[in-house]
Design a protein. Structure first.
Lengths: 253, 280
């Protein structure tokens, strides 16, 4: 029985890089099947928050985490949490498109195959994921070409498809459209909208317009703390906090 | 006012001097190759390659020494490669930089600096005497392996470090374990560099004499077991020349050895070029 209505719940989460506090007492609930936006100036802690959610922060030396993060009913910061399994459930798309030096096909099927998916499912999984990331039509005739030959926008959608091929429950996106042209950006946003039916999505972006367009709810982070959380429409029309108002209207120093 | 050369003249002078240095280096190489070839290649016939030496090497060919060379080199590489690559993986992937990695790396550097004659003595004491392997392929192979280990560790470490960190991040974020990441992505990307190090080690092993005089002995029979003594081409050359047995046959052996090593270095160089292209 699952009594937890939220997909992810953060309780008093703090995060330190050596003596710099990157997150300060974050409390946050993320509901299933929503696109949740995280916005804020650079260094406000947005990306750090993402790295905690699938424990990629483990790779950085000398960091300290306090508080609790619940995924469904599981404490993912617990020492006995199976990190490999967690990362299969919570996928991350990095801000810089980073295809592996393999064919397009291999980029898609490598991780699912190593996770133990049967071979006969892989082809279908690959096509489904590439279609979901709106890139199937562009690559279906050259699946055996190197993924490094794709354009920047195509690479980013390929990376999104690669994450989706693991069929995660939550997809974390760290500025997925930074450095992309408006057409590619529109395609990615369209993709996110489609994906919402099946996934919980957390989108980090510097671009307030994108947050306003693409997300259901949003949190505004400033100096490692949450300033305001709410429905995106409400936050962007009647922000409660003066600092939020300043940020979204571009008056921030 | 002091008299000064026009920059264009200093430029020309500098260029000429540097060109001369480069030319001299090349000239030495060419001289050695030509010298060995002229004196050695006339001896090289099919029967020189396919017959065993007779009468201490005064007559006959060098077949048994080729076989001993191949055995010793293969054994050394087969032992040192997994150890060296394993150490490199451990140093780069499984530990954070700290005092432990620094000590291991320093140790490897020291090992690289040990003169081969000392290594030979060490191999003699440990493998030949203490462990009772006698002068044999196994004693020689083990000692050669110790000799080339630092080369393999160093090149493999550099090659693994050159694999972009982002690849590892991507693999982990896709729920791949550390071992899967290393075997599926990191090692394949580092393979050209690792291979280069192994090829360099092959070259070192082929040309080594000091270590083998102490550990593999100088028997002229074709070795048939790991515990047989064997004489490599380099050792054969040394003995033929040193004891004045047959200078023509010594040069013949030298020519074969030199061209084998040149060929291997060319292959290693080619691989290095490929790796550079891939990561630049």
């Amino acid at each position: 029985m699952n009594t937890e209505p939220n997909k992810i719940r953060l309780e008093h989460l703090s995060f330190f890089y050596k003596d710099f506090q990157a997150l300060n007492d974050i409390n946050l609930e993320i509901r299933p099947q929503e696109i949740f936006g995280l916005m804020g100036p650079s260094k406000s802690g947005k990306s750090t928050l993402l790295t905690v959610l699938n424990r990629m922060c483990d790779l950085i030396p000398r960091v300290r985490v306090e508080g609790k993060v619940w995924l469904d009913n599981e404490d993912i910061l617990a020492p006995d949490c199976d990190v490999v399994n967690l990362r299969r459930r919570v996928g991350l798309v990095l801000s810089k498109p980073m295809p592996l030096p393999r064919s397009i096909r291999e980029n898609l099927v490598l991780a699912p195959r190593l996770a133990g998916r049967p071979h006969q499912e892989l082809e279908e999984l690959m096509e489904k994921s590439l279609q979901a990331a709106q890139i199937w039509e562009e690559v279906k005739d050259r699946l055996h070409d190197s993924a490094l030959k794709l354009s920047g926008g195509q690479q980013q959608r390929l990376c999104l498809a690669r994450t989706l091929a693991m069929e995660p429950e939550v997809v974390l996106l760290d500025e997925p459209t930074s450095g992309l042209d408006p057409i590619s950006t529109a395609k990615i946003e369209q993709t996110l909208f489609e994906l919402k039916k099946n996934y919980t999505i957390i989108l980090v972006s510097n671009n307030t317009k994108q947050i306003a367009r693409a997300t259901d709810r949003v949190a505004f982070l400033l100096m490692s703390q949450i300033v305001e959380i709410g429905d995106t429409h409400r936050v962007f029309t009647v922000p409660k906090d003066k600092r939020t108002d300043d940020y979204i209207s571009g008056r921030f120093g | 006012m002091a008299w000064r050369l026009h920059p264009r003249i200093t430029q020309v002078v500098a260029k000429t001097i540097l060109w001369a240095f480069t030319g001299l280096t090349l000239l030495i190489l060419v001289f050695i190759i030509v010298n060995i070839s002229v004196k050695g290649l006339p001896q090289v016939t099919l029967s020189f390659l396919s017959q065993d030496p007779t009468d201490m090497g005064r007559h006959g060919g060098i077949f048994s020494t080729i076989i001993a060379t191949v055995y010793l080199t293969l054994l050394a590489i087969a032992l040192a490669s997994p150890l060296g690559v394993g150490t490199a993986i451990y140093l780069t992937e499984y530990t954070r930089e700290g005092w432990a990695t620094r000590i291991i790396r320093f140790g490897a550097e020291c090992l690289a600096g040990v003169p081969s004659i000392i290594l030979g003595l060490f191999g003699f004491v440990l493998f030949v005497m203490k462990l009772g392997f006698g002068w044999s392929i196994i004693s020689g192979g083990l000692t050669l392996a110790i000799m080339v280990l630092p080369i393999i560790i160093r090149t493999a470490e550099e090659a693994i470090k050159a694999v972009p960190q982002e690849y590892r991040q991507v693999c982990y974020s896709l729920g791949m374990s550390q071992w899967q990441t290393i075997t599926r992505i990191v090692l394949p990307s580092a393979l050209p560099g690792i291979t280069t190090g192994i090829m360099l080690s092959v070259g070192r092993s082929l040309g080594e004499t000091a270590v083998l005089l102490f550990t593999a002995g100088a028997a002229l029979r074709t070795p048939t077991s790991l515990f047989d003594s064997g004489r490599t081409m380099a050792v054969h050359f040394y003995i033929l020349a040193r004891e004045g047995i047959s200078m023509p046959n010594a040069y013949g052996t030298a020519a074969i050895l030199m061209f084998s090593i040149l060929l291997i270095n060319l292959v290693a160089y080619g691989l290095m070029q490929r790796m550079m292209r891939r990561f630049s």
